[in-house]
Design a protein around this ligand. Sequence first.
Ligand code: ADP
Ligand code: MG
Length: 447
Amino acid sequence: MNNPAALDVHDNRNTQRLVEVSGVRQVYHKGDNADLVVLNDVSVSIHEGEIVGLLGRSGSGKSTLLRIISGLLEASSGDVRWCGQPVTGPCEGLSIVFQSFALFPWLTVLQNVEIGLEAIGIPAAERRRRSLQAIDLIGLDGFESAYPKELSGGMRQRVGFARALVVHPKLMLMDEPFSALDVLTAENLRTDLIDLWIEGRLPIKSILMVTHNIEEAVLMCDRILIFSSNPGRVAKEIKVGLPHPRNRADPRFRELVEEIYAHMTQKAPTDKTEKRTIEGFPGTGIGMALPRLSTNLLSGMMEALAGPPYSGRADLPELATTLQMEADELFPIAETLQLLRFAEVAGGDVQLTEQGRRFVDGEVDARKHLFAEHLITYVPLAAQIRRVLDERPSHHAPFTRFSDELEDHMSEKLAEDTMRALISWGRYAELFSYDEASKQFSLENPE
Ligand code: ADP
Ligand code: MG
């Protein structure tokens, strides 16, 4: 077999195009509510011989795109081709590894691997031969007759890989395949997979990997497509020219991680025809989705930023490492602070504003007042809840008064998260109180 790593991934003119997605749009209809545009004008192509990473935050539509590419889901509009042919149903020559292992608990490892071949009509003897080969390749030798419950998470995911590889697909799609594993197990499996890829031992031509982990993308991929949210689209393509095996401590590795951080924290471009949105916050005005973060976390982050060694400004990747957090956890915190004008996020850095410093310097009450002021000024939903409560003679309003309206703009899940975020922030700021039992907002005892 050719050594795929030896192919020049920067020049794909002579290699076959496996996947060609152009102008894909995906809209989910939500009953009576407004539609949810998950993907807009997405174009992606995957060539033979490369590992491509699709990097984006959770909810940005990565899994949706993967399902569209594999033919499991028909896009609302746009063109999707597999090996030059329009995709009309599940594609042959393509297999998927999911985050959850999706093994049949009542089948052995060997049977779990064989089952994919049965579906495509391979005779029994051949099934057995190929399955044993895949099991051996992926490091499961000796576990053929074990049942999934006897295996660790890492071993189960190896079964997932064996099952995907046994059909000798041209393209292996992976949807966050390492994110359910602990850190060491995940790294072990990544390295094994890359080693097999470099040695040309994987019976596949290309890999498309979905991830929210920047370092994982830089470690494994030849090309990284940075996916932005709301709606999902490819915002930027980054080529990773580093030779394997890659070293996370290599300055060029760090530089790429930095560069990607910077892209992922860029503000959306201001356009006169479009309302300005802060990247990371779906929607504007009342329809702005908010992440469920505690005020403790927000003030803790401001304190960490104000203190040494940062003195008000920190490099996000560095801060993530210090706080032992992943990008996915850090972004929403930094962006919420930006939304509230307590911090500015730009070029991969987060910097406290004047108001952010005032918050950190303040005592409990001063902090609450400042938080209340910013909440009312910069979060339209907070202002609306307060206005409704002020205007109603009873000074009461039910949860559903606001959640119903939110659901016109976003999914039920996002609306619930947004309401919960607002309730905890508003309680902290003493803007209103909320009674869980009656599901009522009120101005009673706002202390
Ligand atoms: P990711 O994999 O990047 O986390 P997904 O593709 O799973 O994102 O989901 C993108 C958005 O689409 C989310 O807001 C999710 O709630 C919504 N979504 C996904 N599948 C459906 C569906 N079948 N019906 C309605 N909304 C959906
Ligand atoms: Mg997903």
